[in-house]
Design a protein around this ligand. Sequence first.
Ligand code: E4P
Length: 225
Amino acid sequence: MKLFIDTANLEEIKKANNLGILDGVTTNPTLLAKEKVDPIAQLKKICSLVKGPVSAEVISQDAKGIVLEAKELAKIAPNIVIKIPTTSEGLKATKELSSQNIKTNLTLCFSVSQALLVAKAGANFVSPFVGRLDDISFDGMQLIKDIKLVYQNYKISTQIIVASIRHPIHFVEAAKIGADIATVPFYVIEKLLLHPLTDIGIKRFLEDWGTLKKTNIISKSKIKK
Ligand code: E4P
């Protein structure tokens, strides 16, 4: 499963990228607004940091406006993917953009029927929001399972980006289902690697090594640390 970071914050992107495990970035108007800087300039900086797909969302709601905005956003960098809300106007725009080879990520997807239609419109990615479904007592992960099944039934190539991830279990469940991508906020990425037994294990190994060092046996060995 590919790992995207869900943020518009450059420091977070740099930190995740430095781990060498980052495959892409998703942004949205809320995340860009948080940064309080020019969004286009920020997207340019993000695209220069990360080689993989970087999603930039349109604000327009009508198909014509979405297409025009998408073409402008696509000029930012070759790795820009246009994020479009899952609406009837969004579908029309997606069909048009797909015929022009402009990549799209259909966002705010909350049902299998929506996911099937966006695939038919030629979307490259679909973003079902698991956390926001959980928030209203629907099973977000069940939606991912269902979309995966339907896409498999018809050999659909639209990639599933599990979005609105709130904790590591969402990430693990997404991988168990076989989702293509998980887009994860930085605070969750940090938690993915943590395990108290790893920390306890390192502490114990170092203590035991220290004990061995005191015996002088280690000074005769080639490994002297
Ligand atoms: C996805 O692309 C969205 O940017 C994001 O995952 C939304 O997450 P939220 O529900 O935490 O705002």
